[in-house]
Structure formats: C-alpha cells, structure tokens
Design a protein around this ligand. Sequence first.
Ligand code: GLY
Length: 357
Amino acid sequence: MPSYLVDTAQRKYRAIIERGILARTGEHLPAAGGKVFVITTRDVWQFHSSRLAAGLAGRSHEILFFPGGEENKRLACLEALAEEMVQRGGDRSSLVIAFGGGIVDDVAGFLAAIFMRGVPVLQIPTTLLAQVDAAIGGKTGVNLACGKNLVGAFHQPVAVLIDPEVLATLPEREYRAGLFEVVKCGIIRSPSLFSMLAEKRAAVLAREPEIVERVISECVRIKAEVVSADERESSIRVILNLGHTVGHALEAETGYSRFLHGEAVSFGMRAVTYLAERTGHLSAEDSVEILNLLDLYGPIPPLDGVSAGTLAARTVMDKKTLKGQVRWVLPVRIGEVQVVPGIDDAVVRSAIEEALG
Ligand code: GLY
C-alpha cells in the first residue's frame, strides 16, 4: 500500500494508505508520551470504535465527543473540549488523535496546536474528503460568523493514517461531497485522474476498492507534493484552494448548514470555470469538460435564494485576499491552474450568476 512523505519545516511525516491500519494505530504513536485523547463524533465512534480501541490496546486513552457539523466548528466548542481535556488529566505529554471527517480534523488539530501551547496530533480521517485533503498538510482552525476557517494554526501531524475500509459506512452524500475534492485534484494537477473519474464513474460511485484506493493515492500524492513545496501557502499551495473562495462564501452565506464543504467547493469550481473562460484563461472545450465532470458527480442541493452579489462581496473576506485583492485560482487546462489576482468585480459577479444558473 502506498505511503507519501510530507516534508515540511515544522515536521516530516508520512501519509499512509493501508486497509485495516486503524487496528494498528498503536504502531504509529510515539512510544514515549502520556495520555491519548481521541476527539471524535458519536456516529464515527459507533461505527469504528472497536477497531480503534484494538489499535490503542495498552495505551491509556480518553474519548472526547465533538457534536459535529460546520456550524459547531467554533471557538466555544474548542474551549469546551480543552476544559474537558484538563479535567480528564491532559497535560503537556498528551497526544490528540483526530478521528473523524474534515471538521473533526480541523477542530482536533487546532486543539492540539494550542493545548498547553501545543501537543502532538495524529490524524485518522474517516471521510473521503478528509482522507484526500483535510487531514494532510497541517491546516487547523475554526470558523467565525463572518468567514470560514478565519482563526487557526498550521500544526503538522505526527502521521496521517488513511484506512479506506472506513469509507464503507460513509453516507452517500458525504462520499459524493468528498469526490468533488478528488475532481479538484484532477483539475489542478492530474489529467489522468480527471480522465479516470470521467471514464469510471460507475466504479467510483460503487466504491470499488481498487479504484477508490487509486483515487485516494493520487490525491494524497499531489497533496504531499504541494504541501512539501509550500507548507504555509506562500506560493504553490494556494492551488489546492481551487473553487474554495466562492465555496467558502457560499458556506458562510448559508450559515454553514445547507451545503457540505465538498458541495460548496463544487459550486465554487463551477464559478471559477466560467470566470476562467470569460477572462480568456480557459478554452471553451476544457470548460465544457470540467462542467460535465462536475455534473457527473452532482447534483448539489438547490441554490435557491443565494445571491451572486452577496457571494461576490463575501469573496473579499477570504484568507487568500491580500490588500483587498482576491487571488483567484483559475483552471487554464485540465491538470493546470494559474493564480490571477484582481479580477474586476463585475466579471466575478457575472461568473457567479452563471454558476447559479
Ligand atoms: N485544503 C487546502 C489546503 O490544505 O491547503
């Protein structure tokens, strides 16, 4: 099974893709160290607790439940988890295991980053979206009412353990939402992944093990390579945000409760595809190919009541905005993107309008 090195200034670690690795978690924990705190949600725990418990055999641990949901990814929840960690014996020798989807990865990772000024975190992602993106690369944080992930820290994990077996219990909507991050990887850096997604849709949606592992592996390879080149998003890492500027605006505008992150990113990728075509960065043929692939893995929930003007205004609050200028990540062909700052507001708004349909 493949494993990829993520080589950052903060830490070097491996993202390992291996069936059944959950039950071998203990092998990947630092030998020395104190109590382990597993941060998870009740649904994940219900399905996978026995295998993780087997993997932690012999290691003192506590389970802390996070209520789940993007709307709960807030400082108040983080504070409650930190209080609980202290009450249950957490100290500077503790280690956090982030055991869940992207939201748990972000919250537990941020908790580890700031608990007693920082303890290690092991990421064990249980959704496709977290396995191909969120758990790798050390981005952690919580939302503010005015924007997504606006408070956080880079905190690289000691390892990322990716067990494709856990995807068997993932609800269909969550699985499809994760596939939009996979589509993103194809658009930004992998024409072969893009073609595979177009040609093998049925096998991908049926979660055929061999194809799921190929998909995860290609995305993890890309993520490890990009993060190793630019840990802190000062240059190339920004390409991983294709579709995220408009996607984050959609999530914030709809109270973080109507769209899953991957669904919002799908909408965002549609908008930037129109934007790239309108600004002459993308051919009409490639634009159609991207839109068709997004349709193949859709639809996303209805966009009723969402206004292009409000979304366009929100994009300025994105973290990628510098000195008031949004840095747009635009597809320029299948497998390649370009960062284009300062596109005229009216053009952005009309591309979003077109994506709203
Ligand atoms: N999810 C984008 C990144 O990790 O940079």
